[in-house]
Design a protein around this ligand. Structure first.
Ligand SMILES: [Zn+2]
Length: 396
């Protein structure tokens, strides 16, 4: 089977499907129009298709002509609450945007379903296609796992792969991955400082939550630098800080929120308790009350070393040596594919898709209202999904 040639023949259809999805971005766990579009694209293929109960997921199983293991391929489908400013003729106008390129993932995965369906008889095993809503902070993968994703073929998958496009930082059509830690764990720290308001001229008769809150913000940064090995880093960024109504009034409360990223289970465990302790200690020193809540959003994404090497080999052999570069460092972003990789050995790969002619080091990043992704990568993305499954089944 020459999946790459087959994919090239599909390229026009893939571009059309991607632009259709791009025009109808939906966010969260409920993506009815996206789901309908995916179901229409899969219609007529020899798949066992199931939709989610609590979310608009699509699970499709392709059973090969011969028995063998199951390989899971994941594509996420949700968009972001970003108002698109690309000016593209297929730009979205509903205040939401496929600014993370999940429209490309969805399209590539339907392409792989078509490519593999055409060679069904030659596959020894099953392919489980995971079309997932709610990657952007809604933990869609966790819900799909809870609804029995991994039992869809009757046997646990032997391997799992996902591809994520990048609008910057990697040349178009180039893949990269790494064994071990691939992406950060993501957490949210929410802190409410409860003081006692008063007159700005008489702070000694109040308990100033602004001053205490500011001390927490700076103490957290200092604590991180004295606590964690620089080679196992933690990132903490306070993104919101709200307090007060007027310059001469000490308010009752101050509220701030931070995103916290870590790259190992050890650092994650330490930062989880430590940030809360720092806030409590500062609160005690200032005589205010504090409610500090550390919410774990997504765990560290860890690629299996063998599966990452296997995926790198698949890129080189199927698409060419020049299409693969090793990934030196983990990305600071996070992923709920981490939840699948905690259950099944596998790998997350990144695919460069900056706009044609743009300098990848200067093009707008994923999540920007100006982020653009090159449709030209769709055929090779679909090829690679299909190659990963076909090769992994053949190697079992
Ligand atoms: Zn994404």
């Amino acid at each position: 089977m020459n999946l790459r040639d087959d994919a090239r023949a599909l390229s026009g259809d893939l571009i059309q499907l991607r632009r259709t999805l791009h025009r109808i971005p939906e966010t969260g766990l409920d993506l009815p129009r996206t789901q309908e579009t995916v179901l229409a694209a899969l219609d007529g293929l020899p798949l066992e298709v199931r939709t989610g109960d609590g979310l608009s997921s699509v699970t499709a199983v392709l059973r090969g002509g011969r028995p063998g293991p199951t390989v899971l391929l994941r594509g996420d489908m949700d968009a972001l609450p970003v108002a698109e400013r690309t000016g593209l003729d297929f730009a979205a106008d509903n205040g939401r945007m496929h600014a993370c390129g999940h429209d490309l993932h969805t399209t590539m995965l339907t392409g792989a379903a078509k490519l593999l369906s055409a060679h069904r008889d030659r596959l020894a095993g099953n392919v489980l296609f995971m079309f997932q809503p709610g990657e952007e902070g809604y933990d869609g993968a966790r819900y799909m796992l809870a609804e029995g994703l991994l039992d869809a073929t009757g046997q646990r998958p032997a391997a799992a792969y996902a591809i994520h496009v990048l609008s910057a930082g990697l040349p178009s059509g180039v893949f990269r991955t790494r064994g071990g830690t691939a992406m950060a764990a993501s957490n949210t720290l929410r802190v409410t400082v409860q003081g006692e308001g008063g007159h700005g001229s008489m702070p000694h008769r109040a308990k100033d939550p602004v001053q205490a809150g500011c001390a927490m913000v700076t103490a957290l940064q200092a604590w991180i630098t004295r606590t964690f090995d620089v080679f196992d880093p933690v990132i903490l960024t306070v993104g919101t800080f709200h307090a007060g109504t007027k310059q001469n009034v000490i308010p009752d409360t101050a509220v701030f929120e931070a995103t916290v990223r870590s790259f190992s289970d050890a650092a994650q465990a330490r930062v989880k308790d430590g940030t809360v302790e720092v806030c409590r200690g500062i609160a005690a020193a200032y005589g205010v009350d504090v409610d500090a809540e550390f919410q774990e959003v997504y765990p560290v994404t860890v690629n299996d070393h063998t599966e990452a090497d296997f995926a790198a080999g698949a890129v080189r052999e199927a698409l060419g040596e020049e299409r693969y570069v090793p990934q030196a460092q983990p990305l600071q972003g996070s992923e709920d594919f981490s939840r699948v990789l905690a259950e099944v050995p596998g790998a997350m790969l990144f695919l460069g898709a900056p706009p044609r002619g743009a300098d990848p080091e200067r093009s707008p990043n994923n999540h920007s209202p100006l982020a653009e992704f090159d449709d030209a990568v769709l055929a090779d993305g679909a090829t690679l999904y299909a190659e990963l499954a076909a090769r992994r089944l053949a190697s079992a």
